[in-house]
Write a protein that binds this ligand. Structure first.
Ligand SMILES: [Zn+2]
Length: 386
């Protein structure tokens, strides 16, 4: 088989079905950049953590051994302060991110590659892991939408963006509380679940929502907002339940208990292509690593931004399904992205594993700051190490 010239040069070139190169190298470099930020934060935060009495908590695990009998061992559970509040272990996250995706293993089919093995760190803000998660969500949501079409459910997706005002770095946590509580109120509201002849009618049949936070370096503020897909019945658009943008604004304002009219965007698309674009919008990253790792920002500023972001996102559900979308996700065994296998994020339809002829393993090479070929195994015939 003729290999691509770049693969002969032993650097990883992985392309999607449109011929666009997947940016493994860029993501790895961003993860290393963020690891550096985490490391600096872990140093800076030491006095504060000492004052707050931060310590490692262990949990005791008892197992039964047939010869020795009961064996008790303790396992670290994480860092806690003296009030029992869990805190972010920046040092550990830095170390994990540094090793994220240092090894990638693919099978090939002609020029296309499919990832079969990798070591991802799963640190919530890791750029590499975020990228994998966003692909996973994109294909998960697309599969659910396809299934809804297949079942001939007369549901139409409406794409909604709900925002709260920009806030200072320190206020992010408080504003996320407002947004998340607001979302729950919003979905439970009488407007979306009116009483009809003594029974609750659900106008939204299924939904998916994702949190996105953008950072504005000019004003040094965060802008948290939700992107959501809502499925409504076709009849909704002509019936009395139909809501104009101003009605959505009113409902979101009331649900999140805001004292201003928030910016809301609502759109319906008809073309499948538009729908795909909109699904991609919902499956976007929680934050843009390029915004935060930008060369324009000083190291101190980066540390501030990342610390506020990390602290505020700690323990939050960034993505969620509801209604029929949740049911179908369970039926299709689409896992919560926080627990999902990030290796299987690729478009599964692109590469037929049974036609693969080779296994290719790449290591992150610090010296050349790129992925270089470390292993090549022919699947039909001999085995060869690069
Ligand atoms: Zn990672």
């Amino acid at each position: 088989m003729e290999m691509k010239r770049s693969q002969e040069a032993n650097f990883l070139i992985d392309m999607d079905n449109k011929g666009k190169v997947r940016d493994w190298r860029g993501k790895k470099i961003s993860s290393l950049g963020l690891a550096k930020v985490y490391k600096r934060i872990s140093e800076k935060i030491k006095p504060e953590y000492a004052e707050r009495g931060v310590h490692i908590r262990y949990k005791q695990i008892t197992r039964h051994d047939s010869i020795i009998g009961e064996v008790v061992s303790s396992e670290p559970m994480g860092l806690y302060d003296k009030d029992g509040k869990r805190v972010v272990n920046y040092e550990k996250r830095a170390a994990n991110m540094e090793f994220c995706g240092t090894y990638l293993e693919f099978i090939n089919n002609r020029d296309a590659l499919k990832l079969i093995n990798a070591n991802f760190c799963r640190v919530p803000l890791c750029p590499m892991c975020q990228w994998r998660k966003s692909m996973r969500i994109f294909f998960g949501v697309s599969d659910i939408m396809r299934e809804i079409d297949k079942r001939h459910l007369n549901y139409i997706p409406v794409f909604l963006t709900l925002t709260v005002k920009n806030c200072s770095l320190e206020d992010l946590n408080k504003n996320l509380d407002i947004a998340f509580n607001g979302w729950n109120e919003f979905m439970r509201s009488k407007t979306l679940n009116p009483l009809v002849k003594g029974e609750r009618k659900h106008i939204v049949k299924g939904w998916f929502r994702a949190l996105e936070i953008t950072y504005n370096d000019k004003t040094n503020t965060f802008h948290p907002h939700f992107h959501a897909i809502m499925l409504v019945e076709k009849s909704y658009f002509k019936g009395k339940d139909y809501m104009k943008t101003e009605d959505w604004v009113k409902l979101w304002r009331k649900s999140a208990k805001l004292n201003y009219d928030p910016v809301c965007d609502i759109r319906r698309t008809r073309s499948p292509k538009g729908e795909r674009k909109e699904v991609a919008e919902v499956a976007k990253y929680t934050y843009k690593d390029a915004e935060i790792l930008s060369k324009k920002l000083s190291d101190d500023k980066k540390d501030d931004v990342v610390r506020c972001l990390s602290g505020a996102l700690h323990g939050r559900r960034l993505y969620a399904y509801g209604g029929i979308m949740k049911e179908i996700a369970a039926e299709l065994k689409i896992k919560d992205v926080d627990n999902a296998d990030l290796v299987k994020s690729d478009d599964e339809y692109e590469v037929d594993s049974s036609l693969a002829t080779m296994i290719l393993g790449y290591h992150w090479n610090i010296g050349v700051s790129n992925y270089t070929l470390a292993k090549r195994v022919e699947l039909k015939g001999g085995c060869e190490n690069a």
